[in-house]
Every structure is written in structure tokens, then in C-alpha cells.
Design a protein around this ligand. Structure first.
Ligand code: COS
Length: 385
């Protein structure tokens, strides 16, 4: 389908696809097997200016929006969701600074992020605060000109590899979520260390690690926005980033679909290529329809966000849930079409299936997305009354 990309958007797609085909596809199985962080690929993305896509020109970026970021994320995901997660989580971690940071913070951090010199991670989740993001326990106590952080963040993408961390912590425990604030914490700050590295089902080249804060002192000025708006910063950040997770769903679905078509043309059974059987054609037809529907939704929502929309929770949640459910379904169906071969490590679809699962879980499970959509439906209905 023609999505009427501008010449520039098409160039971004071509660039990201070339990097995916030439640099990611040849190494993805090995990165997955060895759980190796894709630094070499990150360097190529940096040299190609793709880290600066969504960062304003005044801070050294290309000044593009969610749409262009989604295109790049989709193309990388078509090759490897482990790699695209590393890249997309960088944007997730940057959004708090971009959306609520001071001009000084933007000047200090964004140029290095745009140049791909420094990688970012977002630290919200804790052992007892996953879907219930308001239940975090990490604290930040103000003492003189410093905040002192204590607590442990769990399952943090890019943990240990990133240089810059945007961290959500409670400045006033008695207020619950309304007592949360957001901070920038730099790697190497005394009292900030890295704990357990997770061994995962999929996205194994993406690193997932604990962040441990033990009387970690950071300058008072590292607060993002003001005291008490940490939950809002979190929600606005997730509203912006969830469409990108949807783009990952579209990308992995596209990658798995292409593998299934290629295989079904080559594989002969009963004297015919299996693609000639209607049972297989119908599966491929459903996959193709679902991919175009997911892509259309993700692109529409990304364009809506870039139009300057202030409220996008419902739309972002729809794009995330729909497109990642499609990503999972199409990856499973690709394995099914390829049969025994699909199940083997020799072919890429078993990895795509393992990778796709996380998309239905992280940045808010798809059940939480449906909660967000449901709450908005109720709000809209109440307004009309
Ligand atoms: N934008 C602005 N404000 C928002 C918001 C949004 N998108 N979503 C919620 N809020 C506000 C609410 O308006 C409410 O404000 P008041 O206290 O002033 O009324 C406050 O935040 C709490 O909202 P709510 O009552 O809906 O929160 P819950 O405790 O029920 O938690 C959340 C629901 C939003 C936390 C849950 O739906 C969610 O998104 N969980 C997943 C978190 C997640 O993605 N974790 C993974 C992150 S790792 S990358």
C-alpha cells in the first residue's frame, strides 16, 4: 500500500532498511545466541544520524517526529526486535528530557543523544510496580543542593550500557503517585550501580538490567520539570513512545510474513509448492491484511501525534495493542506455515516469534492498553452527556 511518504521519509525508510539488511540480518542470530549487545550496529545508526531523528534541530537533531521514528523502528524490527528495542528504548528514555526538561538540561544532554554518543535508559519499573506504575518505592530525598536516591529499578532496557538514565522516584512518599518526580542520573554517579542482568526468552541482544541506588547523590538541578510531576512525566512519556512499540509490531510481522512467503514458494509437498494450497494462501492473506491494518493505525497515530495533539493516550494505546497483537499473531502463523523448519534455529522466524512476545508486555501490557482505552471511552461518553 502507498502511505504517501515524503521524499525525505522515503529516504529514512531506505536508509534504515539498508542498515537492517546489511548490518543486522547477517548477525542477528549470533547476537541472539550470545546475548550480545549490538554496539556495532548502534555505531552505524549513530553515523547515519538516526539517533537524532526525533530531536529538535536546535539540539543537534534532525527535527523530525514520531512518524519518522516509527519508520526507522519498523525497518529495524523487520530484521531484529532486539536491535530495535535498544534503539527505541533510547527514545523512551529521552522523552522525559525532551518533553519536560529545562533548556539547560536539553542543551546538556540532547546533542550527545542525537549524535548517538550517549545512550539513554528509562527507569520506572520496580519489583512491585509494573502495571501499577504508581506503586514505585524508590525515593529521592532533598538534602541541601542534592537529591539522595535509594531503591532498585527492575527490568530496565539498556541498563548498564546507557550513559544517561531518566529515573522516576518518590520525593514525597505520603502522596503516592502525586509525590513522584523525574530525574536525570548519569552513569558513574557514586551510589548508582547495576544489578542482575536478565536471561530472556527473546530480544536477547537487548540488555535488561537492574539499577541499584544506594544513597546516590545527584545535583538538585537534575530534577526534570518540577517536584511532584513525575507521574505525569511518566504518562506523557509513555503516550509518546507506545506508538513506537506498535511500529515494532508492524516490523516484526512484516519480517515474519516475508520469510513465510519465501519459504512457502520453495517448499514442495504433494508435488506442489505449499503456497499453491489454499489453506496456506488464506493464512498469508490474513497476515497481509492484519499487517496493513496495523501499519495504517500506527502511521495515522504517529501523524496525529506529530500534528501537535495534546491528548493521545487512547490513540497510542490502540496503536500499541493492535499492532503488537498483530506482530505476535503473524509471527506465530509464519512459524506454522513453515512447519518443522519454522521451529528450527536455522530459520529466523522462531526468533521473531520469541521476540514478538515482549511487545505485548512491555511499555504497558496489552491488557493495560485496553484499560487506558476503556477509561477514555468512559470519559468521552461522560462529556457528551
Ligand atoms: N496523561 C496525563 N495524566 C494521566 C495520564 C496520561 N496519559 N494517565 C493517567 N494520568 C493521571 C490521571 O488523570 C490521574 O490524575 P489525578 O490523580 O489527578 O486524578 C493520575 O494520573 C492517576 O491515573 P489513574 O488513576 O488512571 O492511574 P492508576 O493508578 O489506575 O494507574 C496507569 C494506571 C496509568 C499507571 C496504568 O494504566 C499504566 O499505564 N500502567 C502501565 C505502566 C507501564 O507502562 N509500565 C511499563 C513501563 S516500562 S517502560
Amino acid at each position: 500500500m502507498d502511505y504517501l511518504l515524503t521524499e525525505e521519509q522515503q529516504m529514512i525508510r531506505d536508509l534504515a532498511r539498508r542498515i537492517a539488511d546489511e548490518k543486522v540480518v547477517p548477525v542477528r542470530a549470533e547476537l541472539d545466541e550470545k546475548e550480545e549487545f549490538p554496539w556495532d550496529i548502534m555505531k552505524v545508526l549513530a553515523q547515519s544520524d538516526l539517533f537524532g531523528l526525533f530531536i529538535p534541530e536546535e539540539y543537534g537533531g534532525l527535527g523530525k517526529g514520531s512518524f519518522e521514528l516509527c519508520i526507522a523502528v519498523e525497518e529495524l524490527s523487520r530484521a531484529c526486535v532486539g536491535v530495535s528495542t535498544t534503539y527505541a528504548a533510547n527514545a523512551l528514555g529521552t522523552y522525559p528530557i525532551l518533553l519536560h526538561g529545562s533548556d539547560e538540561q536539553k542543551k546538556k544532554y540532547l546533542p550527545d543523544i542525537a549524535a548517538g554518543k550517549k545512550l539513554v535508559a528509562f527507569g520506572l519499573t520496580e519489583a512491585n510496580a509494573g502495571s501499577d506504575a504508581g506503586g514505585i518505592q524508590t525515593t529521592a530525598r532533598l538534602e541541601g543542593n542534592e537529591y539522595i536516591l535509594n531503591g532498585t529499578k527492575q527490568w530496565i532496557t539498556n541498563g548498564g550500557e546507557a550513559d544517561i538514565y531518566t529515573i522516576i522516584a518518590l520525593t514525597d512518599k505520603s502522596k503516592g503517585p502525586r509525590g513522584a518526580s523525574a530525574f536525570v542520573v548519569e552513569k558513574g554517579t557514586p551510589g548508582f550501580t547495576f544489578g542482575k542482568k536478565e536471561n530472556k526468552l527473546g530480544i536477547r541482544s537487548s540488555v535488561t538490567r537492574e539499577l541499584v541506588f544506594d544513597n546516590c547523590r545527584i545535583p538538585k538541578d537534575n530534577i526534570i520539570g518540577r517536584d511532584g510531576i513525575g507521574f505525569l512525566v511518566t504518562m506523557k512519556t509513555l503516550d509518546k513512545s507506545r506508538t513506537g512499540v506498535g511500529a515494532q509490531g508492524v516490523g516484526v510481522a512484516q519480517g515474519a510474513f516475508e520469510e513465510a512467503v519465501k519459504f512457502a514458494r520453495q517448499r514442495h509437498q504433494f508435488g506442489h509448492p505449499v503456497i499453491s494450497f489454499q489453506a496456506v494462501q488464506h493464512m498469508l492473506a490474513d497476515m497481509a491484511m492484519q499487517i496493513e491494518a496495523a501499519r495504517s493505525l500506527v502511521y495515522s497515530v504517529a501523524r496525529f501525534i506529530d500534528s501537535g495533539a495534546k491528548e493521545m493516550s487512547k490513540e497510542s494505546a490502540m496503536a500499541k495493542a493492535f499492532a503488537t497483537d498483530v506482530g505476535m499473531k503473524v509471527a506465530v502463523d509464519a512459524v506454522q506455515i513453515m512447519g518443522g523448519a519454522g521451529y528450527m534455529r536455522e530459520y529466523p522466524v522462531e526468533k521473531m516469534m520469541r521476540d514478538a512476545k515482549i511487545l505485548q508486555i512491555y511499555e504497558g501490557t496489552n491488557q493495560i492498553q485496553r484499560n487506558v482505552i476503556g477509561q477514555e471511552i468512559i470519559r468521552e461518553a461522560a462529556k457528551k452527556k
